[in-house]
Design a binder for this molecule. Structure first.
Ligand SMILES: [Fe+2]
Length: 206
């Protein structure tokens, strides 16, 4: 945040030096910009996703956006509690966000999940850095706020990545099972092979 933000500090009874508050407010305004940006990008995905998974992704993305809206409010109000000015307009968010612009040429659900997972990972990384940074600045409360948001963002990254991990893991598991079966028919079957075999039997029975 530029010198404009740093020059505006209200007096407060909070027992934290003005210098500390200014430093923390700078971090928080940076986070505010990135969070606002991320929320609009999630909405972009919510509106434009296409494909057979449309409905569940449309709903998930809306849930993520609502959650980010809460963090926007928490971050902005921590800034004002510290006597600072929260810079939360779209113009400031666009100019100060650490995230790349959202791709406008994607359609399928998987493409949106990948784009959002990339951004959640980058956003999560910046939050983790701020946990330590604000703790070092001497503001354990802001560090705690960052920890809370960071933990939730990690969870949401898992939600997104779970869509991408499942097919890969199945492919690997099936590949391993096929290789093992080809090597020796007499050897003790692995659990995954037993499952595959019982599935195959059921399929044949139909
Ligand atoms: Fe909507």
């Amino acid at each position: 945040m530029g010198s404009n933000g740093r020059s505006q500090l209200h007096s407060t009874r909070i027992d934290m030096p003005a210098e500390t508050r200014l430093e923390v407010i700078g971090s928080l305004n940076q986070t505010l910009a990135s969070t606002l940006d991320l929320k609009t990008q999630v909405k972009q995905a919510h509106w434009n996703v296409k494909g057979m998974d449309f409905y569940q992704l449309h709903e998930l993305f809306d849930e993520l956006a609502s959650e980010l809206e809460e963090y926007i409010d928490m971050v902005a109000e921590r800034i004002t509690a510290l006597g600072g000015v929260a810079f939360g307009t779209a113009r400031v968010a666009a100019s100060q966000s650490q995230l790349p612009e959202y791709p406008f040429d994607i359609l399928e659900g998987k493409e949106h999940v990948v784009a959002l997972a990339d951004r959640y990972a980058a956003y999560g990384k910046s939050l983790r850095a701020e946990i330590d940074a604000t703790d070092d600045m001497g503001d354990a409360d802001t560090a705690d706020l960052y920890t809370e948001i960071s933990r939730a963002i990690d969870k949401r990254l898992w939600f997104l990545e779970a869509h991408l991990q499942a097919p890969l893991e199945l492919t690997v598991a099936n590949g391993t099972a096929r290789k093992a079966a080809a090597k020796s028919k007499a050897s003790e079957p692995q659990v995954s092979e037993v499952k595959s075999a019982s599935k195959a039997k059921k399929t044949k029975a139909k």
